[in-house]
Design a protein around this ligand. Structure first.
Ligand SMILES: *Cc1c(COP(=O)(O)O)cnc(C)c1O
Length: 385
């Protein structure tokens, strides 16, 4: 039987949270002299005065609008400064540093391991199978008494595929002394229901989603975490009091009025994903375009007999020279020779394909469009951390 209290660190259970001014008085009308805010307004060159007050610490307006869309109660939602915030809070709420552990299945999203490392929490790694599925028996055998969190990413980053529902269900049913987190950052691009529908069945289930991908709001930093009311209360207890800024709350609330626009963009991205995959498969240097349920493709480069890892690096560097930036995943478990390519607009995908087609020929002399203009600033190239 799953008991949340067996998972939580004991000092977190007994912790008295900071009580903010907005927690202690929740009325909307009055003379507000309780939070040391500036009564005159905001220092703002555009004269907008709306940011002098602290935002709602619990973002109720967003949660009330989001809950029916997601089929959960508002009290089952935690909103974070990106998904990174709930990822970190889950580690801190459950794992005693240097003692408890988390379990991940590489290749997967890097932040699970980084959050564990920041908190001095050991990481147990059970690689996915060669077709990027959960090795269920090995995972179950690797779970120890100290395994507090089991991270599943579906669709998985960087492989792009959904994990088999039967495997996730097996782990949810067997791992009754752990939280099982299903990271659904890319769920809108997949043809499958969210695990949020199973929250009532599995008290150890946590689902993460984000406004950063399908909603096109990566710059706002807003991540969603769905879980039992009890676990959400714990996350609320340990989060920074005003973790979601007022402009982010206002803009996310507005975005929720435009769900159809999100769906239209998802449709376009799915069509472009298909176009990109088909065209990549015709290129001689491309060995495998892995099937994708997300908004990116994991592509293995190299020719038979080549050292495919170095070949991917050559392609990566050639693309950068032509100002097409993709992610080099060739050093990652099970991803030798692979680059991860986000699906772009048609013009961006054409540019990528053109550069790849010319890779062994003379330099491209024609003027190729540099993106759509919206994101036309030239990106800084940083090391591939
Ligand atoms: C992009 C991504 C996220 C989202 O992160 P945010 O902090 O919400 O922008 C979460 N999980 C995975 C696997 C991702 O690829």
């Amino acid at each position: 039987m799953f008991q949340l209290n067996n998972i939580l660190r004991s000092h977190i259970q007994s912790l008295t949270p900071y009580s903010s001014a907005r927690d202690e008085y929740t009325g909307k009308e009055g003379v507000f002299l309780d939070a040391n805010e500036n009564p005159f307004g905001s220092a703002d060159p555009n004269g907008a005065d709306q940011y002098n007050r602290y935002p709602d610490p619990h973002q109720w307006a967003i949660k009330q609008k989001l809950a029916p869309i997601k089929g959960v109660r508002p009290e089952q939602i935690f909103l974070g400064n990106g998904s990174d915030e709930p990822i970190d809070l889950l580690v801190r709420a459950t794992c005693k540093p240097g003692f408890d552990n988390i379990l991940i299945m590489p290749p997967t999203y890097g932040m699970y391991e980084v959050s564990a490392a920041v908190n001095d929490v050991p990481v147990v790694k059970v690689p996915l199978t060669t077709d990027f599925q959960v090795d269920t028996d090995v995972v179950l055998a690797a779970i120890t008494e100290g395994t507090k969190l089991i991270w599943l990413c579906s669709p998985n980053n960087p492989s792009g595929n959904l994990l088999q529902a039967s495997a996730i269900q097996t782990i949810l049913e067997a791992a009754t002394h752990s939280l099982v987190i299903v990271d659904e950052a890319y769920i809108d691009f997949a043809d499958t229901p969210s695990w949020t529908g199973k929250l009532a069945d599995y008290p150890n289930l946590v689902v993460l989603q984000t406004f950063s991908k399908a909603w096109g709001l990566a710059g706002l930093r807003l991540g969603m975490c769905f879980a039992s009311v009890e676990l959400i209360q714990i996350l609320n207890k340990i989060k920074p009091p005003y973790n979601i800024s007022a402009p982010t709350q206002a803009l996310a609330l507005e975005a929720l009025n435009h769900e159809a626009e999100k769906s239209d963009m998802v449709c376009q991205i799915l069509a472009e994903r298909q176009y990109l995959a088909e065209n990549l498969r015709t290129l001689p240097g491309v060995q495998v375009v892995h099937p994708s349920d997300a908004n990116f493709l994991l592509v293995q480069f190299g020719k038979d007999g080549d050292d495919i890892a170095s070949d991917a690096k050559t392609v990566f560097e050639h693309l950068i020279e032509q100002q097409v930036i993709v992610r080099d995943r060739s050093k990652v478990t099970l991803c030798a020779g692979c680059l991860r390519i986000s699906v772009g607009t048609r013009a961006e995908n054409e540019r990528l394909l053109t550069v790849l087609r010319h890779i062994n020929n003379a330099p491209i002399t024609t003027d190729l469009p540099l993106g759509t203009g919206k994101e036309a600033t030239k990106p800084e190239l940083v090391s591939n951390a």
